[in-house]
Design a protein around this ligand. Structure first.
Ligand code: FAD
Length: 140
């Protein structure tokens, strides 16, 4: 059984490129072994991560991530059983949100500033899907 989990959190301190690289490196080591795919976004002190994979693997990895001291205020935005992966190609894609079109954010939220704490999981998932399918975000 496959599930897709979406959460947001706040970084304890502003992340440097090295900090983010360390998290991505660890993710890309672990996730393929566990059959986990997904995306990690970091912008303005906020993480948004989408994880896809087997239910047991996702539950276990999420529990590890929640305990990580590098972030706090972890909010589970959505958790769904899925028929297929949306981000199958990415062991853990890194999304650059700096080029995000404010009009697109406004389509799904109250203001044009991306604030996952003020959005439903459904809206944020829809925004992600639109960004990925339109090529508006890059996976580096
Ligand atoms: P270690 O790497 O030895 O880490 C053990 C613990 O030490 C960590 O949980 C953390 O609390 C702490 N720690 C590690 N490095 C640092 C550091 N540089 N500064 C401060 N404390 C540190 N891991 C994945 O495998 N897949 C993911 O998709 C994933 N996504 C993540 C997303 C976010 C936003 C964050 C913050 C972390 C993510 N991680 C992910 C990392 C995850 O939380 C664990 O740190 C990691 O999986 C544990 O790896 P390890 O068992 O080798 O232990």
């Amino acid at each position: 059984m496959l599930v897709r989990l979406l959460y947001a959190s706040r970084a304890k301190v502003a992340m440097t490129d090295q900090d983010l690289t360390a998290i991505l490196k660890k993710s890309r080591e672990h996730n393929p072994i566990e059959g986990i795919t997904g995306l990690l976004c970091y912008t303005d002190g906020i993480f948004i991560q989408m994880l896809e994979g087997g239910r047991d693997a996702i539950n276990a990895r999420y529990n590890t991530i929640v305990r990580d001291v590098r972030h706090h205020d972890v909010i589970l935005l959505s958790y769904d059983e899925i028929g297929e992966r949306e981000f199958a190609g990415w062991a853990m894609g890194q999304v650059n949100l700096s080029r995000l079109n404010p009009a697109l954010v406004l389509k799904y939220s109250q203001t044009s500033k991306l604030d996952p704490y003020a959005m439903s999981g459904h809206a944020l998932t829809a925004l992600f899907h639109e960004l990925v399918s339109s090529g508006a975000i890059v996976c580096s």
